[in-house]
Design a protein around this ligand. Structure first.
Ligand SMILES: [Zn+2]
Ligand SMILES: [Zn+2]
Length: 290
């Protein structure tokens, strides 16, 4: 269902897809925010200020892409508000009047954009709040800013969605506002070139993996086995529905840089999660098996 980035042609681009500036409640103007990420080895950022777009054209370069977007917060009946991270919007985009969550998703998609479900754990959401939403193209599995208050990981929400048949890929993001929440969660995108069109196409195809530390070097199914190569790790998890899956531990010995597991014919999907000695994680998108 998703394109495997490790078997797809193209180049890797490091991205932060959830970024605030002084246009809303960030501490750094757009020009400085772009400089921070560019100098730190990123090739892509999406500017997602609260309900405000930015003029990104002046900040794009041959080696650095800035995607126009915004974050919006429609009501979630019985549970506060959703946070939707909306990407690839025209600069003059705005919501018209009172619009509920689905209407905002539809408006973003009508304008050619896409919606990521932002930090559902921190928002207090469970899968029942998320399943009625039609059209989001990813969920945040990790949000560095929410990690500062202990609710950074939304992997339970992600797995619940997948188990319910809503098979989404997942991104890791900074959601940077201030200096202390930068360069902590990123998405590695495999795209054919560094353009908004190519990067958005890769995101739509799920052609990426996410990390807050480890590198995933390769992940592919060969000879009925899912084989994974990664930077040194203490745990490599192969996660399928419910209690299904398999885990490998370094067990106090040499760190793991490879693991393989037979793909069980009873699995609906399998995804890989790598955890290193600093308890940093990396996530492949799900390999959909049936
Ligand atoms: Zn938010
Ligand atoms: Zn945000």
């Amino acid at each position: 269902m998703f394109v495997n980035p490790f078997e797809s042609p193209g180049r890797w681009f490091k991205a932060n897809l959830h970024t605030h500036t002084t246009t809303s409640d960030g501490d750094t103007p757009v020009v400085g925010r772009c400089r921070q990420y560019r100098e730190h080895g990123y090739q892509v950022i999406a500017l997602t200020d609260h309900d405000k777009t930015n003029d990104v054209a002046a900040f794009c370069a041959e080696d650095f892409l800035v995607i126009s977007g915004l974050e919006t917060h429609p009501p979630c009946p019985g549970m506060g508000v959703y946070h939707f991270v909306c990407l690839d919007l025209p600069q003059d985009f705005h919501f018209v009047g009172e619009m509920d969550a689905q209407a905002r998703i539809d408006a973003v998609k009508s304008a050619g954009g896409e919606v990521i479900i932002g930090h559902p754990y921190w928002c207090g959401m469970n899968v029942n709040h998320l399943l009625p939403l039609k059209g989001p193209f990813a969920v945040e599995v990790y949000n560095a800013t929410c990690a500062k208050s202990g609710k950074g990981f939304s992997s339970v929400h992600w797995d619940d969605l997948i188990d319910a048949g809503r098979i989404l890929p997942a991104v890791a993001v900074d959601d940077v506002h201030y200096g202390r929440d930068i360069f902590m969660g990123w998405t590695m995108i495999k795209a054919k070139e560094l353009t908004t069109q190519a990067v958005m196409d890769a995101l739509r195809a799920g052609c990426y993996y996410s990390s807050c530390g480890p590198e995933i070097v390769d992940a592919r199914i060969e000879d009925g086995k899912l084989k994974v190569k990664c930077s040194p790790a203490l745990e490599i998890h192969f996660l399928a529905q419910r209690a299904c899956g398999e885990t490998f531990y370094a067990d106090g010995g040499e760190p793991l840089t490879y693991a393989e597991c037979a793909v069980n014919p009873g699995w609906n999907y399998v995804r890989v999660e790598v955890i290193d000695a600093q308890f940093k994680h990396a996530w492949t998108n799900p390999f959909v098996l049936r």
